[in-house]
Design a protein around this ligand. Structure first.
Ligand code: NA7
Length: 891
């Protein structure tokens, strides 16, 4: 360390230490720390990198157990910031070994002469924010403390090994090793009796190699994991050709992808594929030996829907049974307690086949838990096993462990990070924490990190942070801190994202469940690296949204707010629509708009299978109307829901809300009859209302004929269809039936007034615009008729109407009139449940397989329909964690 970089100051003297003064201190010399140091140095910041280990490498320095490899293909698991560096290094294998990755990181450190600013063998013991000096002060266990303007934790997500939590480890007289702290010297296992505890990625990589050496290997497995053959070998020629054909394009695709590896978005859903097609896709994936491929490329619903996931998990389970000869061992190795991908799946080489060896025994800890470790071996509930060596492959205190290992981290007003995170990590973007100015984390909790190719996520974070520091320096700003509002908004967005995938359904290190006493919740960002990147960029383009910035000679800046208020999938849909740059629907003319909607609907995923779909006609108010009946697969007769589609009384037909009708039919076990009522301009007011009533009456009278349960039925509708459903209830009351036991009104039109705040707040930008609503009204109904309750049910008599569920969406011009109708119905004595879908737009709840976060709302709607029909609520596997919570749906 150059002498010039060591200074003493009065305040530091009082701390009794020599202090190194730098602009930026970085903690950790892994992938993230090395790139940071390079960028910071190039940008002219004085920096020091503090590293506990004796050399660079981070997780790859410590995890040197036999078989340790990356499980993202190496051509993707590498730096991309310098094309020259990419050309200068050739990987020898598809999945490089730990020694090769460590050599690569050493090569990078040398190439950019990074070691001269790294203090090895130096553990950061604590860090404190000095408010007066606006600097962090870091104490270390070796040499000078550090005073810096910015402190960046590049400590890694999987670098703090978890204690084994098993009694008696100290009593054991044999050798003990931890995969996460493997010795540097060669360990000789030949002729020894070895125990391995743990079957995560580390155990699964290590076990086959130990089995080849040891006299006997006993594997202690608590939870079986899914593992896929890596088919390692030379880097695949097709991927190399793709990369070399267009290096920049390839890297950009990775950056904008979901997982940080450039595979396309899969569109086909499982139920569109035959068994044979699914099996063919699966066999291709099994042969490909690529985790990201099998996690993303088979069918679109595999990661988001329990049914789609089970189809894939069953195929993997079949493979395990094929490979492992002893059926009892095969059964013990087969995972059943989590969806595939919800717990980190593993890549293996001969893992399952290892259990066919005579010198390998599997101990199923679910049947005989470890009771303790003795001087000679391991005791379970059923037996004692003497061993010479115990290997703990028991994992890490992931994501937060290495950050919290610097203890305490004391921020503004003396607050300690461990207190602030006592109930789980809270961050803004996974990069910063409110109350901890000028402290950054690379791939911290709340960022995509471990759910992505870490190399891509690290580069994005490092670039984002370095660019901010440069911009702050240029603007004369010296502190940056996330606001509480922004951080709370990010927590909400994280929770919204976690309903998108199945990670919430497994107890894993993603959720903190592997560490006793750790607060539980999905820690990585599940919304994908591409969307995450655009959000980080949006924060900047919105004037550092959610950050407070100060400087000595400039006014404080704080553009406070939440960066994502839309549900994550709604955001994607709206961005996609915006990119299409469509002309306004109202400019297309009625027929043009109908053609457009028909074309648009073709691109939607097909709806899910139901028992039967029957098309027919029924008499409307003035001639026959088409209908489509969705019947559940269960034996009938079923309660009937008469359904009216959306489309502003102008667009759509009895098939246009097909995915929604199928979903609700499956969830409720009820028959849905979607009615093709007449449309304007050919048939103006009150045609649609009168058709709705006539159709409901006919269906009630012919319920048995169409396989329905006679007696009261229910009505439902979305948008203009919600309007027709509401009107039908009023007409049925006034015209002597039919009996209606409940009404489900989804974003209904209820009034002809356009002056409620939702009409102004959401006038543009959320697909259903104010001007489109004006157009619908003009086509359907002349101004003189608009106060008629048959089109403005809010203006009608509201007494003696059936119970209702009224669903409204936050970003919808129709929101407030829906709420007004619910309140008015309730005031008139009807039992009313309101569902206020936060972060959703007008079409959200009916776009079943596109807007997945609408599932909680659909569960609530299905429950309401069951209640109206006097049935218990339906339960569908996979709805766990998405049932409405008071905070999840409230606007
Ligand atoms: P993991 O994936 O956390 O695996 C740890 C394994 O150890 C797992 O099978 C655990 O069972 C088991 N374990 C943990 N504690 C115990 C105790 N007390 N008794 C018995 N078994 C135990 O860590 P890895 O190092 O394999 O992999 C971490 C990541 O590194 C990996 O996902 C890649 O991203 C790279 P459990 O499942 O908790 O029942």
């Amino acid at each position: 360390m150059p002498e010039a970089m060591v200074a003493s100051s009065a305040s530091e003297a009082t701390r009794g230490a020599t202090t190194q003064q730098v602009d930026v201190a970085v903690v950790g010399a892994g992938f993230a720390g090395l790139y940071l140091l390079n960028r910071l140095r190039k940008a002219g910041f004085s920096s020091v990198l503090l590293e506990e280990a004796g050399d660079v490498g981070g997780t790859w320095y410590w995890n040197r157990y036999p078989g340790a490899r990356c499980d993202i293909q190496t051509i993707d698991y590498a730096y991309t910031f310098d094309p020259e560096l990419e050309r200068a290094w050739q990987w020898s294998e598809k999945y490089a070994t730990q020694p090769e990755i460590l050599r690569y990181l050493g090569f990078v450190a040398d190439r950019y002469d990074l070691r001269r600013d790294i203090r090895f063998g130096t553990k950061v013991t604590a860090t404190t924010w000095d408010q007066a000096a606006e600097r962090w002060w870091l104490t270390t266990d070796n040499g000078a403390s550090v005073s810096c303007r910015y402190c960046i934790m590049a400590t890694g997500c999987l670098s703090a090994p978890k204690p084994p939590e098993i009694d008696g480890v100290k009593d054991f007289k044999g050798e003990v090793y931890f995969t996460g702290r493997w010795p540097h010297e060669e360990i000789k296992l030949a002729g020894k009796r070895v125990a391995v505890i743990g079957t995560g990625s580390s155990g699964i990589q290590l076990i086959p190699l130990i089995a080849e050496q040891a006299a006997h290997l006993t594997v202690f497995q608590r939870t079986p994991n899914f593992a896929l053959p890596a088919h390692n070998g030379a880097p695949p020629a097709d991927r190399i050709a793709l990369l070399e054909g267009d290096r920049a394009g390839y890297r950009e695709q990775a950056r904008m992808s979901l997982a940080g590896v450039p595979w396309p978005q899969q569109m086909a859903v499982s139920w569109q594929l035959s068994d044979a097609e699914r099996r063919e896709r699966f066999e291709t994936a099994w042969a490909a030996g690529d985790l990201v491929y099998i996690l993303t490329q088979l069918w679109a619903d595999q990661a988001v829907d329990v049914d789609g996931n089970t189809l894939l998990a069953d195929l993997i389970r079949e493979k395990i049974r094929e490979i492992v000869k002893d059926p009892e061992t095969a059964a013990a190795l087969t995972p059943h307690d989590h969806p595939f991908g919800a717990k980190r799946p593993c890549l293996d080489t001969n893992y399952y086949a290892t259990y066919n060896r005579p010198n390998v025994t599997l101990v199923n800890l679910r049947q005989e838990p470890i009771t303790g470790i003795t001087a000679s071996g391991i005791k379970t509930g059923k037996r004692s096993l003497d061993v010479d060596v115990i290997v703990f492959a028991t994992g890490f205190d992931a994501m937060t462990g290495a950050i919290m290992a610097v203890h305490p981290i004391t921020g503004r007003d003396g607050k300690s990070l461990s207190d602030v995170w006592a109930n789980g990590p809270r961050t803004y973007l996974g990069l910063t924490v409110a109350g901890f100015p000028n402290l950054f984390m690379i791939t911290g909790p709340g960022s995509p990190s471990v759910l992505s190719n870490m190399a891509v996520s690290i580069e994005q974070h490092v670039d984002w942070v370095a660019d901010r520091l440069i911009a702050m320096r240029e603007a004369g700003l010296t502190t940056i801190e996330a606001t509480e509002t922004a951080q709370a908004g990010w927590a909400r967005h994280m929770a919204d994202c976690s309903t998108l995938t199945l990670h919430r359904l497994a107890n894993t290190w993603y959720t903190g469940a592997n560490v006793p006493g750790k607060a539980s919740g999905v820690m990585p960002y599940t919304g994908g690296v591409g969307p995450y990147r655009t959000i980080c960029d949006e924060v900047v383009s919105c004037g550092m949204l959610g950050f407070r910035l100060t400087g000595p000679n400039v006014p404080e800046q704080c553009n406070d707010g939440e960066v994502v208020r839309l549900q994550p999938d709604v955001r994607l849909v709206l961005n996609m629509l915006a990119e299409m740059n469509l002309p306004p629907i109202e400019s297309m003319g009625a027929q043009g708009a109908r053609d457009f909607v028909a074309e648009f609907n073709k691109s939607r995923p097909a709806g899910r299978p139901v028992g039967e779909v029957v098309d027919g006609t029924l008499p409307g108010a003035d001639g026959p109307l088409p209908y489509r009946l969705y019947r559940p697969a269960t034996p009938g007769p079923h309660p009937i829901v008469v359904y009216f589609h959306g489309g502003g009384w102008v667009l759509g037909d009895e098939q246009s809300d097909d995915p929604f009708c199928r979903d609700m039919c499956r969830r409720t076990g009820m028959s849905f009859v979607s009615v093709g009522y007449r449309h304007a301009p050919e048939h103006r007011f009150p045609a649609a209302a009168e058709d709705g009533y006539a159709a409901t009456r006919w269906i009630a009278e012919h319920a048995a004929e169409i396989g329905g349960k006679p007696g009261p039925l229910m009505v439902a509708g979305w948008s203009a269809g919600g309007n027709i459903a509401a009107v039908t209830c009023q007409l049925a009351r006034d015209r002597g039936g039919p009996a209606i036991s409940g009404q489900l009104l989804v974003c209904p039109v209820t009034d002809c007034g356009f002056d409620r705040p939702s009409y102004t707040d959401n006038a543009t930008g959320y697909f259903l615009t104010r001007s489109l609503m004006y157009w619908f009204w003009d086509i359907y109904c002349s101004p003189a008729d608009r106060t008629d309750p048959r089109v403005s049910p809010l203006r009608g008599k509201l007494e003696n109407l059936p119970p209702a569920l009224v669903a409204t969406c936050e970003f919808d011009p129709l929101r407030d009139e829906g709420v007004a109708y619910a309140e008015a119905l309730s005031a008139a004595g009807a039992p009313v449940e309101q569902l206020k879908a936060r972060g959703h737009f007008h079409s959200s709840l009916t776009m079943v397989d596109v807007v997945i976060t609408g599932v909680a709302a659909r569960v609530q709607m299905a429950d309401a329909l069951c209640r109206f029909a006097g049935l218990p609520p339906e339960r569908k596997e996979g709805d766990e964690g998405v049932r409405p919570r008071s905070d999840s749906l409230a606007a």
